[in-house]
Design a protein around this ligand. Structure first.
Ligand code: NAP
Length: 484
């Protein structure tokens, strides 16, 4: 049994309560570690440590800060296998995916922002009247970063790296459901020589630690990724305190397939975009709209491709679908499959819990599931399921599919499959999502703005967007005398 510690003021410490939470291995359905059940007292210690570290960290030359962050990136790479295994055991995702996506991306997040600060230049605005403005972008102070369980280290570092690079000190909370790689990151930070208090990681429940971070008057900015209803709670607490907020929330993403698409590529990628990480990626396409002339053929081939996916032990090389993250989540996803049936949906493939043999007999596995026969506006097609469940339906016109695609409260991402250039631009412009992928999915350039419209979020991450969020802009206007 591994005991996870908080990382406060440069040291690995027990929580003030001396209480711990069970951490489960979803593939086995068993407790394998314990994480601190921290509370407001631990957050207070972390804020004090971060406040003490802030003056020196924020004034450190960018080159030195960059070097330290590069050491953390190198530490992630040096611990690649250990981190990938830990992520797979903690989350239920396949080890192959952790190696291909989660851990490389965590290292890239640090590389990206460590090098970005070496190239940062602030704006200046010249006035013909005889004045010049320049914009100072200075770190905010102590910032809070709260992240979810689906891409644990990937999303945790996506916030922490820009916050630290911009010169802030951080109090961070990973999901209590998947705390292991955040804990291993604290060991890497110690090894890299990150000064004490610059990054503090407080483990525990959202209702205690997350709430305490959100409420704390010493934390004027919060970067949050998670569900829309949690985002709403955070906004309610933070808004009256006028905190800066970045909210990356839920999604119900459409995949729009026109009859003129590159068929094989579309089929292959839409299988991936529906079921990667057991459908537990905020960007997964869960509503698949297919132009009518292609509908029957696509549906048949899609079902066949889904049946070829292998649900199994996440550590096995052949497994393509691992475990869902928790027992509660398993039941939530299964309840949506029941709802779909009640709403008149037909299960084309999947629809059940999988009971594996051997080691993983008590694990939380669900068959990849495809449903048809549902209206675009039923609950199954409006609410976020966040599991290996997708629905498929036909459409006849661009107008109709845009109505379907834009009909939910969410507006995170969409994918569009067509070889028609004019249609690409037309439809991309009309889609109410922060990200539109055309003939691809999850192709990420870290320089681009990332985030959602409507109830999928407020603000954007990525590139200079995150850097702007984690700094205060100050305009300095200097008037000088013109020669008469
Ligand atoms: P969640 O339940 O909203 O939790 C996210 C984080 O917030 C966790 O660390 C959680 O703590 C914490 N939290 C819970 N209540 C809180 C409160 N009152 N105050 C402050 N923090 C609180 O989300 P999740 O189930 O972990 O993740 C799945 C959701 O995240 C999905 O909706 C998905 O779409 C969304 N997501 C969005 C993006 C994006 O970029 N837009 C990316 C990934 C995931 P606990 O440890 O107690 O859970």
């Amino acid at each position: 049994m591994t005991t996870i510690h908080n990382y406060i003021n440069g040291a690995l410490v027990a929580p003030a309560s001396a209480q711990y939470l069970d951490v489960y291995n979803p593939a086995l359905g068993q407790v394998y570690a314990e994480a601190p059940d921290s509370d407001a007292r631990d957050v207070q210690q972390a804020v004090e440590a971060a406040q003490s570290a802030f003056p020196a960290w924020s004034k450190m030359p960018a080159e030195e800060r960059s070097q330290l962050l590069l050491k953390i990136a190198a530490g992630i790479e040096a611990n690649f296998d250990k981190l990938a295994l830990a992520e797979s055991i903690d989350n239920g995702k396949t080890l192959k995916l952790a190696k291909a996506m989660d851990i490389p991306r965590a290292a890239s997040n640090f590389f990206f922002y460590a090098t970005a600060i070496m190239h940062h230049a602030s704006e200046s605005h010249y006035m013909e009247e005889g004045a010049i403005n320049y914009t100072l972008r200075r770190p905010i102070g102590v910032v809070g970063c709260i992240s979810p369980w689906n891409l644990p280290l990937y999303l945790f570092t996506w916030k922490i790296a820009p916050a630290l690079a911009a010169g802030n000190c951080v109090v961070a909370k990973p999901s209590e459901i998947t705390p292991m790689t955040a804990y291993l990151l604290s060991e890497i930070c110690i090894e890299a020589g990150l000064p004490p208090g610059v990054l503090n990681i407080v483990h525990g429940l959202g209702s205690k630690v997350g709430q305490a971070i959100t409420e704390h008057s010493g934390i004027p900015a919060i970067s949050f990724t998670g569900g829309t209803s949690t985002g709403e709670q955070i906004a309610k607490v933070a808004a009256p305190k006028f905190k800066k907020l970045s909210l990356e929330l839920g999604g119900k993403n459409p995949a729009i397939i026109f009859a003129d698409c590159d068929y094989e590529k579309t089929l292959k990628t839409v299988v991936r975009s529906s079921f990667l990480n057991q459908g537990q990626i905020c960007l997964c396409g869960s509503r698949i709209f297919v132009e009518r002339p292609l509908y029957e053929q696509f549906k048949t081939d899609f079902v066949a491709a889904i049946k070829n996916l292998t649900v199994g032990d996440p550590l096995d090389d052949d497994t393509t679908v691992g475990a869902v993250v928790s027992e509660a989540h398993l039941h939530k996803v299964l309840s949506y499959i029941e709802l779909a049936k009640e709403e008149g949906g037909r299960i084309l493939t999947g629809g059940n819990r999988v009971r594996l043999e051997g080691n993983c007999a008590n694990g939380w596995f669900i068959e990849p599931t495809l449903i048809d026969g549902l209206g675009y506006d039923c609950r199954t097609n409006q609410e976020e399921i966040f599991g290996p469940v997708a629905s498929i339906m036909p459409f006849d016109t661009e107008e109709e599919v845009l109505l379907y695609a834009n009909s939910t409260q969410y507006g995170l991402a969409s994918s569009l499959w067509t070889e028609n250039l004019s249609r690409t631009h037309r439809v991309a412009e009309e889609l109410k999502t922060g990200i539109v992928w055309v003939n691809c999915w999850l192709l990420r350039d870290l320089r681009t703005p990332f985030g959602g419209m409507k109830n999928s979020g407020v603000g954007r991450e990525g590139g200079w967007e995150a850097f702007r969020f984690f700094t205060e802009a100050k305009n300095v206007c200097i008037e000088y005398q013109q020669k008469s």
